[in-house]
Design a protein. Structure first.
Length: 131
């Protein structure tokens, strides 16, 4: 924000940090998808191995949340206060979807990933359409 106040463009910094975030997130999701048992054993222990099949869903969801957080910070740094309504709306949507689709953990994770995707798309459009 100090660079923005001084009249400098923040585009390069945003592109670099966004690229780094996406690269790191995709790397973590790849590890979660390719070696979920190893990750579970190392971080949580043998007794949680039943959840290994769901690990990549959590990686996608939390990766999207990281991207949404990064976009929110970028927009708020540019004085775009109108976007503060989007996360609470996403929470309500997520609650409604989970209330409707909760027959399995996969249904819950699909609902969560869908809502996080909508949030990232909404914030991304706000970045692209900024004045």
């Amino acid at each position: 924000t100090s660079r923005l106040a001084a009249g400098y463009s923040s585009r390069r910094v945003l592109l670099l940090t966004g690229g780094a975030l996406v690269t790191l997130t995709l790397g973590v999701i790849a590890v979660y998808a390719l070696a979920p048992g190893l990750v579970i054993r190392f971080t949580l222990g043998q007794s949680y191995l039943n959840g290994a099949a769901y690990l990549w869903w959590f990686g996608v969801f939390f990766g999207l949340l990281a991207l949404a957080t990064w976009l929110m910070h970028a927009l708020l740094a540019h004085q775009r206060l109108d976007v503060i309504a989007l996360p609470p709306l996403a929470v309500v949507l997520q609650l409604l979807l989970i209330a409707r689709f909760h027959g399995s953990l996969v249904e819950i994770m699909r609902s969560s990933v869908a809502v996080a995707t909508v949030l990232v798309v909404g914030l991304g459009l706000s970045v692209l359409l900024r004045r």
